[in-house]
Design a protein around this ligand. Sequence first.
Ligand SMILES: *Cc1c(COP(=O)(O)O)cnc(C)c1O
Length: 356
Amino acid sequence: MSRPIQARIDLDALERNLQVARRYAPSARIMAVIKANGYGHGLMRVAEALADADGFALLDHGDAVHLRQAGYRQQILLLEGFFTAADAELAAEHDLSCVLHSDWQIPFLDNYPKRNGLDIWLKINTGMNRLGFPPEQVSAVLERVGRHQAMHSITLMTHFANADTSAGVASQLQRFTDVAGAYRLERSLANSAAVLHHPKSHGDWVRPGIMLYGSSPFADVSAAQLGLRPAMTLSSRLIAVRELRSGDEIGYGATYRADQPMRIGVVACGYADGYPRHAATGTPILVDGQRTRTLGRVSMDMLCVDLSALPRANVGSKVVMWGEEMPIDEVAQAAGTIGYELMCGVTARVPVVTGD
Ligand SMILES: *Cc1c(COP(=O)(O)O)cnc(C)c1O
């Protein structure tokens, strides 16, 4: 018998969530964002489920090559572009598109060994202040890069800081349009939140990530309300059950004390599996399909749950930490984080299965 924890990936949910993105952005092409090992779901598995996407975006050059070698023919975009001059040769060899976000990357174009081969996504900083050229430099950069013999096409892109909040995208969209309006180049702006809430920002290519995995980018709108289905279910089982007396405490730091006799269960899942250690007592969790709560501190390999309302739960009972019937966003909120971080944080020791 192996340890009962597993992450089940629902390929059908991924495929359907892609269709949801298409319904929200019917006139745009979809650059499916599969960085960070497909947001923790497994790169090749996710690519296969999302094979209908018009492109794939990620950061790791090795992963991009792997996708190309597996036969994917759609555009593959490196979201941080070149890191070194040698990356230009790699991009040529495997036909990878590159974000160009900073001056220091421009000389690397000279290393690109083909004429008219390179597709660049020129990133404009419209307010995020992370990557991208300032709007006032864009014409000069286009002047330099546009005539470069390596160049095949240029897409203008930007990234929103507040597509998921009430601050919205208006000012960034305006700054972008002020620049892009002067050129007949394709445009890409929208992450999941903008795909869902800001249709005016869709442009030619949208770049959904989190929504494809069935988590909501919004704090106040659930994935289910958006028509999204969770692609990952992290489950395990109870490996011990015990009766506490009034006054008994649970776990490291004794942060929970029973104020009456109660029944608790011990789940084979801890922070070394990727369950957030900052999930406090009261974080929702499913046992035998019924909602209950965690108790005390999450430890490396285990966490404890309240079985007061689950008299029939016992060793072997199935526990769902997140996924089907237990939205990852609720767990994330209880742990002071976001669904993205939980998905990406499932560790290598957790076996991954697909299907039912
Ligand atoms: C990660 C990322 C996305 C996807 O964002 P989501 O919020 O997951 O939809 C889009 N564009 C860029 C540049 C990104 O880095």
